[in-house]
Design a protein around this ligand. Sequence first.
Ligand code: NAD
Ligand code: ZN
Ligand code: ZN
Length: 389
Amino acid sequence: MKANCYMGRNTVEVLDVPEPRILNAHDAVVRVTSTAICGSDLHLVDGYVPAVKKGDVLGHEFMGEVVEVGPEVANLRPGDRVVVPFPIACGRCFACAEGLYSICENSNPNAGLAEKLMGHAPAGVFGYSHLLGGFAGGQAEYARVPFADVGPIKIEDDLPDEKVLFLSDILPTGYMAAEMCDIQPGQTIAVWGAGPVGQFAVAAAYMLGAGKVICIDRFPYRLQYARRAGAYTLNYEDVDVLDALRDMTGGRGPDACIDAVGMEAHHPTPAMYGYDRVKQAVRMETDRPYALREAILACRNGGVVAVVGTYGGLLDKFPMGSLMNRSLTLRTGQCHVQRYLRPLLDRIRAGEIDPSFVISHRLPLSAAPHAFELFKNKRDDCNKVVLTP
Ligand code: NAD
Ligand code: ZN
Ligand code: ZN
């Protein structure tokens, strides 16, 4: 079968690879009908995630048709249409019982490797390095889905792929970011990053009662998407973000701040950008935390900073003094997608949100290298790419 494979820094190639098979009684094999490229894939391809190997099949946002199930998968049958959540979770461990699926204790066969870096291991994730289990991803014609009796949600009506595909990751992730803000009616929320995750965080913040959501980025076309979701927008190349947010909130600061940017943040000041890029290159820090630094400094006293942008390791110049002295709460996590599938599918069905608004490009899987280039370099107003095998 064809699959999009990591072939080295900044290089992906669609190659012929062996078809997946059922390896465990809880597995299913899914014929992928739609798959997407995520900002998280860029961190891999840009070389910021350790333990990705040449030939690894990428992709963690996918859906399709079940073609085969293991003997323990009683809830699915061949022919069922499913969306597959990106974290792999057993549904039975301590973490899963708490609804914390992205830190499942049973799904990462390389937990020992992750423990060395992080203290404890997170869950396995499709197509996301050997640190997170070394599972083949979903940018492929077929994918093996472990714990298929727990994760995938069946789509039983005729909702098109485009409306439900993003249940696999970015819609729940944006929603979880807003949920972590404990929004009280009418509050002001600021979102760094007007990528697809930031756009869904904007939409979700309004769903959860925000009065005003302000989104920050530098690409006008992406800020336009955020405005379509209802946001006020700031271009950080035109304004001083901290000053502007103070002005928009009567001097107090947003009630909660969301980081939907992560480790590859950009900074408009060449000196600052250069400083962190050099430290990153020599591994004195692994991540460039501009958006996070700014989100902390901007947040009002006693507010919440919710981080869904992905970080890999160590930060420099982290404003701990600001966080501590001003009684801020820092909340974060890879999304516990499984717990949001049903409620968000209900919202899609009810017409409260049509997640397909983020799609800018629809391409065949064979065009994955071109699609990565467009998405990474923000060319052709690329916002979100859906690939069809
Ligand atoms: P994306 O790359 O499309 O968007 C990121 C946006 O951030 C870009 O538009 C970029 O211009 C903007 N940006 C860069 N530096 C900035 C700064 N200093 N201030 C404001 N904006 C800045 O990515 P995406 O798909 O929207 O994902 C966003 C982040 O969320 C990534 O780090 C991704 O890995 C992460 N993510 C996390 C989860 C999770 O479960 N926690 C799930 C999906 C994605
Ligand atoms: Zn993703
Ligand atoms: Zn578990």
